[in-house]
Design a protein around this ligand. Structure first.
Ligand code: SAH
Length: 399
């Protein structure tokens, strides 16, 4: 019995991923579309025999032609549905917010059952991002549900991620609801930051590194630290907070460095005289530091996404190897390297291989002390391994 309303009907045998609750439906698996659904409209997804698989958001422009909202045949996709999903996601973060932490990710897209929806909280301000047609369609409903669930005073939109182009959506940024202060302030691990929600990277702050910054803090005592790709200084301030003897922080963006300096000033409890900031290109500066004979007891490497998809993996692998090789050369024996990749196209196993190759070429003997991933407010649905984009390693150079 076909289901009423617009529907996407799969080719025979193409329902496997959906049966495993993977939320993406690729155009190649579709036999035909019934009705004439608009971009973002909810469609039923059926197998070749007309059996119900899920309700999903239709996205005619994208290779990911539909993203599942619900696998429950009895569940309607309406405002109440989004209120339930938003409330569940917000409640799951409750324990992550207290006097020492006023920021976290509230909605992490597919892994929170809300494909294409990102929402971050910075104090009383929300920053939202809609990266898929269905998320765009329900934007106002989701924002209202978020404001109601959090009691936040306002929401700002940063729907300027490149992936929107793949969905046929133009970029959009600006105030969506309520009020947003001129200065958006937050606290992480007791340290105060200003977040540039309008012009900063992504939604303004890399909340995914929260637990990894706490790890760096815990190892920083009595170490001379190099923080490469420092952005607005969060790893640097964490290292100072942990008792680092000096912290050299480098980024190519002078705007980011200006905010990093300001952030340090906002925390008079930290020893500002131990911090040095430098605008430079990482690839050149790592070599220059080596030529100058500089050495460190800890290096943090948190570069931008070199490989957005597996397509870019080979070139990205060379770039990761290069910076890690030079970083390892700057480490004294006993020194630590906290190294990260946020590239979706490079998985944790490949990243470890790249780092192993870099260590061989640097003639550095290393052990892995721990593996890093994104913090708990960036969960990864078991059915959605693509959600696991951030990986990292803490290495100790033993010789
Ligand atoms: N570790 C930071 C986030 C880093 S984001 C945090 O915890 O907040 C990546 C940073 O790399 C950005 O600030 C960007 O300006 C910088 N960057 C990009 N390419 C660079 C390059 N070639 N050299 C130095 N910095 C670079």
């Amino acid at each position: 019995m076909p289901i009423d309303g617009p529907a996407v009907v799969l080719k025979p045998g193409r329902e496997k991923a959906l049966l495993h609750r993977h939320p993406w439906l690729f155009s190649g698996g579709i036999d035909h579309v019934r009705g004439d659904p608009a971009s973002g409209e909810t469609v039923a997804v059926e197998n070749a025999d007309g059996g119900f698989l899920c309700r999903a958001a239709y996205s005619p422009a994208s290779q990911i032609r539909a993203r599942a909202w619900s696998f429950d045949p009895a569940e309607t996709v309406d405002a109440a549905f989004f209120e339930r999903r938003v409330n569940t996601a917000v409640a799951a973060r409750q324990s992550m917010l207290d006097g020492q932490h006023t920021a976290c990710r509230l909605i992490h897209g597919e892994s929170d059952g809300l494909p294409g929806v990102i929402a971050d909280r910075y104090g009383d301000t929300l920053v939202v991002q809609f990266t898929a047609a269905g998320a765009e369609h329900w934007r106002a409903t989701i924002v209202q549900a978020l404001l109601a669930a959090t009691g936040a005073k306002g929401a700002y939109e940063r729907s300027d991620a490149d992936v929107r182009t793949l969905e046929g959506l133009p970029p959009r940024t600006g105030l969506v609801a309520g009020q947003v202060p001129d200065e958006v302030l937050m606290i992480e691990d007791g340290i105060r930051y200003r977040v540039d929600i309008a012009a900063g990277q992504k939604t303004g702050f890399f909340l995914d590194q929260r637990e990894n910054r706490a790890a760096v803090r815990s190892y920083a005592a009595n170490r001379a630290v190099l923080n490469m790709f420092c952005y607005t200084g969060a790893f640097s301030l964490a290292a100072l907070n942990g008792g680092a003897t000096e912290v050299l922080s480098i980024d190519s963006s002078t705007e980011a460095l200006a905010l990093a300096r300001e952030n340090l000033q906002r925390n008079p409890q930290l020893p500002a005289e131990r911090a040095q900031w430098r605008a430079a290109d990482a690839f050149q500066e790592l070599r220059r530091l080596r030529d100058a004979g500089q050495q460190f007891d800890m290096v943090v490497l948190d570069p931008p996404k070199f490989a957005p998809t597996a397509h870019h993996a080979e070139r990205a692998a060379r770039a990761y190897k290069d910076i890690n090789l030079w970083a390892l050369k700057l480490l004294r024996p006993g020194g630590l390297l906290a190294t990260f990749s946020c590239s979706g196209g490079i998985d944790a196993a490949l990243f470890r291989k790249i780092i192993a190759g870099a260590a061989v070429d640097a003639r550095a003997q290393c052990v892995v002390m721990r593996a890093f991933a994104a913090s708990a407010d960036h969960p990864v649905a078991l059915a959605f391994p693509e959600g696991e984009y951030l990986k990292g390693l803490l290495l100790r150079r033993i010789a």
